[in-house]
Design a protein around this ligand. Structure first.
Ligand code: HEC
Length: 152
């Protein structure tokens, strides 16, 4: 059993190290920094906007990542460009159908019903906090999916 596990690790490890990153400025720096403490595959797993990537980068700095300012900027540009939040399906809470709201925000039918009733009665939601008024849905649920919610 022990042999089987270490064999598996021996095969899996090179594959992770060689995870293919798209070409572009900042690739080398990202490859160098973002696999020092864990697999690069883990580093590039989030899909988030630039602010999100700043948050991740700063967290890694707090964990001990050492970069020059120039290197930090290059990596940030690289990650924000190649792994943006736009890959995530989004929903406009003011116009989306019940089915879209249910699937993209992972809500129950009864909750979506209240959301739609609220917007019909009170007009468009303008910002995340407005969704606090839909009391059938725990606000934390919206917060967790804020990257997916549009107000238009
Ligand atoms: C100095 C070590 C170090 C370096 C360098 C580093 N990380 Fe991390 N990273 C960590 C630690 C520690 C964790 C969380 C602990 C764990 O492994 O569970 C982590 C976790 C993560 C996670 C998982 C989600 C999260 O936020 O916890 C992501 C994403 C991530 N790192 C991205 C990156 C990126 C992108 C880079 C390169 C810019 C990078 N890391 C470089 C130490 C590092």
């Amino acid at each position: 059993m022990k042999t089987a596990v270490s064999l598996l690790a021996a095969f899996a490890f090179p594959a992770l190290l060689s995870a293919q990153l798209p070409e572009g400025p900042g690739k080398e720096e990202t490859m160098k920094q973002c696999r020092t403490c864990h697999e690069v595959a883990r580093s590039i797993s989030p899909r988030q906007d630039r602010d999100g990537w700043i948050g991740t980068m700063n967290k890694m700095v707090a964990f001990g990542m050492k970069t020059s300012d120039a290197e930090y900027a290059l990596i940030l540009d690289y990650l924000a460009k190649h792994y943006p939040a736009e890959d995530v399906p989004r929903v406009n809470v003011n116009t989306a159908s019940a089915a879209e709201l249910e699937s993209i925000l992972n809500l129950r039918r009864s909750q979506v019903k209240e959301l739609i009733a609220y917007r019909e009665k009170n007009g468009a939601f303008k910002k995340l906090e407005d969704l606090k008024n839909v009391t059938a849905i725990d606000f934390a649920k919206f917060e967790a999916k804020k990257d997916r919610i549009l107000f238009q």
